[in-house]
Design a binder for this molecule. Structure first.
Ligand code: AMP
Length: 434
């Protein structure tokens, strides 16, 4: 938090009132720097993760710009377009803008894949001020001429690196190609891989560049701990840790969808209310699970990386990495779910012998060694020992069959490719993710 106020940054009255109602007393660092630049009409490159307050950083100037001299939108047009990689993030952005803009009279819509398009077509019939969308469905509706992009004055890409991970970058480029040249543009990304640097070059004009957490450095306020624990004993350890009532709002991360289901079922059987969220669940089921967790009815949310992207829930007391992610950047994203907006948080990781390489990659990225703690679990049972010796399939995926649809024609032929350092080669990484 900083000493400046929202008013001193130039934020106008009806928005100030909404912020006061939310108890936002001071702008976060990214807000303090982004708001004046955006109000002055600059383009922006924000290198920041969620949890830094980036939604309000772009949202407040956007609302202000659209409300000044407001004229109603024309049919099928959007004056501002925000692209998000996941449905959850798109819904959350819309909710935040609704909150910050509650004393303004702006029309918004959300366009998402995975649900019927009729309601979305209807919502766009008379045009909107702000459209939040995932790229695939947006392009569909543009191609069907239900939406026109030629009136977009402000264009925002959120979590651009995730767009890349999820294979959306070509769609994003197609969308950019349809926008008017004269516009204000912003791009947010936690990391800056080459493809994003290129997109920035094509999309932004002499942008203000704001970097809030240096790449790969985890927030200092997060206490990070580690248990070396064999896979068959991880559930036992999880249950033991959850006896601590201080763990009141916990996200448990698994690498696979099946893993998420199994952990949630195990917890439910032991009397801990837990919900799972992953890419195999319908949009409605995901929203329901999130709501249970947000309202505190479920104490634990078990999630995969992609499903958890953009989950914006405050006061998460603990993040538990039930399995370590195979991409070290995901570790940074995961633990960033706790200690949001100035709070404190604890991240606990479980590391099995087969995950040591992942741990080493993570520690290299965060430039820190994570403190390992002893646990007092009993010796493994015979059944657990047998399980531990079972050859591990990729990512703990137990239902994989030969000729699995993701197998494809990958270099090296049969068997998952491994790099020299033992971590999985990139072409084998995305199976069953999220
Ligand atoms: P974001 O990085 O946009 O996902 O925001 C992270 C969280 O911080 C959200 O829950 C916001 O409601 C909250 N937040 C954003 N800006 C502020 C602020 N200036 N003061 C307090 N909370 C904030």
């Amino acid at each position: 938090m900083t000493d400046v106020t929202f008013a001193s940054l130039g934020v106008a009255e009806p928005i100030l009132r909404a912020l006061a109602a939310e108890n936002y007393t001071h702008p976060t660092p990214i807000q303090a720097r982004a708001i004046p630049a955006l109000l002055a009409g600059r383009d922006l490159l924000g290198i920041a993760q969620t949890g830094t307050g980036k939604t309000a950083a772009f949202g407040l100037p956007l609302l202000q710009k659209l409300s000044i001299g407001h004229v109603p939108p024309r049919p099928r047009e959007a004056k501002a377009l925000i692209l998000a990689p996941t449905r959850e993030l798109a819904v959350q952005i819309e909710e935040s803008l609704r909150t910050y803009g509650k004393f303004l009279n702006l029309k918004r819509a959300v366009i998402l894949g995975g649900v019927s398009q009729n309601a979305q077509i209807n919502a766009m019939k008379n045009g909107v001020d702000i459209l939040v969308a995932t790229p695939g469905r947006l392009l569909d509706l543009v191609q069907q001429k239900h939406i026109r992009l030629d009136a977009v004055q402000v264009f925002i890409v959120d979590e651009a690196d995730r767009m890349l991970d999820m294979g959306f970058i070509r769609d994003v480029r197609k969308i950019v190609a349809q926008l008017p040249r004269e516009r204000q543009s912003m791009l947010f990304s936690a990391t800056m891989p080459d493809d994003i640097v290129k997109l920035v070059g094509d999309m932004l004009k002499s942008p203000e560049r704001i970097e809030v957490t240096p790449q790969g450095r985890t927030a200092d306020r997060i206490e990070q701990k580690l248990y070396y624990v064999p896979m068959p004993q991880k559930r036992q350890l999880l249950s033991a840790l959850l006896k601590d009532e201080a763990m009141n709002r916990v996200i448990v991360f698994t690498r696979t969808k099946h893993g998420a289901n199994r952990v949630a079922e195990h917890l439910s059987k032991t009397g801990v209310v837990a919900e799972a969220i992953h890419g195999n669940k319908s949009q409605n089921a995901r929203q329901r699970a999130l709501e249970m967790f947000r309202s505190g009815k479920a104490r634990v949310l078990v999630a995969t990386d992609i499903a958890a992207r953009g989950i914006d829930i405050d006061d998460i007391s603990h993040v538990i990495n039930f399995e370590l992610p195979n991409e070290p950047e995901s570790y940074v994203h995961r633990i960033g779910r706790t200690a949001r907006a100035g709070g404190e948080g604890i991240a606990i990781s479980f590391c099995d012998a087969s995950e040591r390489d992942y741990l080493r990659d993570i520690e290299r990225l965060i430039r820190n060694k994570i403190t390992a703690l002893p646990h007092d679990l009993p010796e493994m049972t015979e059944a657990q020992k047998a399980q531990a010796e079972e050859p591990r399939r990729p990512h703990g995926h137990r239902h994989g069959k030969p000729g699995h649809k993701f197998g494809g024609h990958k270099p090296g032929g049969g068997g998952p490719a491994k790099k020299r350092n033992g971590s999985r080669a990139h072409w084998n990484r995305k199976r069953d993710a999220a």
